[in-house]
Design a protein around this ligand. Structure first.
Ligand code: ZN
Length: 159
C-alpha cells in the first residue's frame, strides 16, 4: 500500500488536460492501486490521477459498491438532472451545491486494458462527471450554485 500526496486546489496539475493512456502497463496498475489506497485513506468516493500529480486519464471511484476503475473514460450518454452537495479531496472541508446529470453512461478501459461500459445514477453519475472533469483540468467549484460552504470532513462524500 502506497499513499500519494493529494494536490490541493491552486496546484497547476489540477488545471491541465490529461493525456490518454496508450497501454496499461505495470506502471499504470501501480498508480491505480496507489490511487485506490489514497482515496480510501482519505475517505473519498473518487479520485482522478491529476489529483495525485499524474497527468493521465485515469480515475477511480467507489461509492460503497466496490472499486470502479476508468481509464480514458468517454461519456457516451447523460440524462436527467440532480442537484446536491458535492465536495472534492483537493478542496478539503468545503462543499457546494452542483447540478449534474442523474444518469451517465461511460466507456473506458479497465485496469486490464479491456474496454467496458459503466452506467451510473445518482451518486455514481455525479462521481463519474466530477472525476472526468478533473481529467480536463476542471474543478467542480466552476459549477457551484450559491458559493462554497464549510463542512465537517467526516460527514461528507468527497471526490
Ligand atoms: Zn475532485
Amino acid at each position: 500500500m502506497a499513499l500519494r500526496k493529494i494536490r490541493i486546489m491552486g496546484d497547476d496539475k489540477l488545471e491541465k488536460v490529461c493525456r490518454p493512456v496508450k497501454t496499461v502497463t505495470g506502471r499504470e496498475k501501480e498508480l491505480i492501486q496507489d490511487m485506490l489506497d489514497t482515496m480510501y485513506d482519505a475517505n473519498g468516493v473518487g479520485l482522478a490521477a491529476p489529483q495525485v500529480g499524474v497527468l493521465k486519464r485515469i480515475v477511480v471511484i467507489d461509492i460503497g459498491d466496490g472499486p470502479v476503475v476508468l481509464i480514458n473514460p468517454e461519456i457516451l450518454e447523460t440524462s436527467g438532472e440532480q442537484t446536491g452537495q458535492e465536495g472534492c479531496l483537493s478542496l478539503p472541508g468545503q462543499a457546494g451545491i452542483v447540478t449534474r446529470p442523474n444518469y451517465v453512461k461511460v466507456r473506458a478501459l479497465n485496469e486490464n486494458g479491456e474496454e467496458y461500459e459503466v452506467e451510473g445514477t445518482e451518486l455514481l453519475a455525479r462521481a463519474i462527471c466530477h472525476e472526468c472533469d478533473h481529467l480536463d483540468g476542471i474543478m467542480y467549484v466552476r459549477y457551484v450554485e450559491g458559493g462554497l460552504f464549510d463542512v465537517n470532513e467526516e460527514e461528507t462524500d468527497e471526490e
